[in-house]
Design a protein around this ligand. Structure first.
Ligand SMILES: Nc1ncnc2c1ncn2[C@@H]1O[C@H](COP(=O)(O)OP(=O)(O)O)[C@@H](O)[C@H]1O
Ligand SMILES: [Mg+2]
Length: 323
């Protein structure tokens, strides 16, 4: 059953088309990810789905009811965690949660109890009387998620839930989301972390320049590449003409230079690492390190979108530095 259906959703900013007629569905109970680089249209899309931006064109249907022209009326069905926190810096954590509970019409005792429960669940018990402005980035993100689910919405929207926070907080947030999903909440998230999409999502849509170019189960996307044998080698002693040299000494393998010192060798047929290293060393290429890898969603993403994984990672670094 579909909790959300989106048809031909489009957004123009002036003459610029930020989202170009996207169509997809979100199934009840799944974790659905919108994966794409900076500027792909992820925030614009999530904003149109949650009533923060008006679609130029298209239809938005929640649980069979068309809310295109009054998405605000669907707000009891959704929790929203924007990329920038929408909470009040001068209020304490507890005051913030109680305030959000009040906005959703929870009675005083009910919102207080729910807030206490959420502080416990999100590991923020000791911080409930601290001002929100005194929270760390990771704590802020957790409290913003708590605020988004205080009314137990069937679907939770999160815009880049782990961007710009430390690794430990990011892991904690992924675990919280997995837990909530197990208990029945449908989750829609955006991310530019391919690995995060692979770990967290049941299905993903690849979005590039406002267009969805692939939507499928992560397992299905990975299936055709999962038997590939991949070897990452750190080498020294060769600079010019490396790729030509490799294709002559390793016929039948696909070889790609990743950086000055790293190359990636791939084949559908099984091979032994030691065998490859011997061939390389006989050709005068010193191998410093060899690492076997399995194919991941990253390989699929790169092939389908033509965007190099490096480009997505650059984005990650840039965002982290901004923060
Ligand atoms: N308010 C706006 N006015 C004009 N252009 C915008 C506005 N918001 C976003 N854009 C442009 O729309 C495109 C998609 O932006 P956005 O949805 O924020 O992408 P993402 O969240 O995937 O990084 C970008 O090219 C961005 O510059
Ligand atoms: Mg964004």
């Amino acid at each position: 059953m579909n909790i959300l259906e989106v048809y031909d959703l489009t957004k123009f900013y002036g003459d610029f088309k930020a989202v170009c007629g996207i169509t997809f569905t979100v199934k009840k109970g799944e974790v659905f990810g919108l994966l794409g680089p900076n500027g792909a249209g992820k925030t614009t899309t999530i904003n149109m789905l949650t009533g923060l931006a008006l679609p130029t064109q298209g239809r938005v249907v929640y649980s069979g009811t068309d809310y295109t022209h009054n998405i605000k009326k669907a707000q009891h069905l959704m929790g929203v965690v924007p990329d920038e926190s929408n909470l009040y810096p001068e209020l304490t954590g507890l005051e913030n949660l109680c305030f959000c509970g009040a906005l959703y019409g929870l009675k005083k005792a009910e919102r207080r109890a729910k807030a206490e429960f959420l502080f416990e669940q999100f590991g923020l018990k000791d911080a409930k009387d601290k001002k929100f402005s005194a929270y760390s980035r990771g704590m802020k993100r957790r409290l913003t998620i708590a605020a988004g689910i205080i009314h137990d919405p069937p679907i939770l929207f999160l815009d880049e839930p782990t961007t710009g926070i430390d690794v430990a907080s990011a892991r904690q947030i992924r675990n919280i989301l997995k837990d909530m999903n197990k208990k029945g909440t449908t989750i829609f998230l955006t991310t530019h972390y391919i690995e995060e999409a692979e770990r967290l999502c049941d299905r993903v849509a690849f979005i590039v320049e406002g267009k969805i170019i692939e939507v499928d189960y992560v397992d299905e996307l990975i299936h055709p590449v999962k038997d590939r044998n991949i070897l990452i080698l750190t080498i020294s002693g060769v600079s010019d003409g490396l790729e030509e040299k490799l294709s002559s000494i390793l016929p039948g393998f696909s070889c790609k230079r990743l950086s000055d010192s790293d190359i990636r060798i791939e084949s559908d047929r099984a091979f032994r690492t030691g065998h490859i290293i011997r061939i390389m060393e006989e050709a005068g290429i010193d191998v410093m390190e060899a690492k076997r890898m399995r194919a991941t969603l990253e390989d699929v993403f790169v092939e389908v979108t033509g965007i190099e994984a490096q480009e997505m990672k650059k984005e990650k670094e840039k965002k982290a530095q901004e923060g």
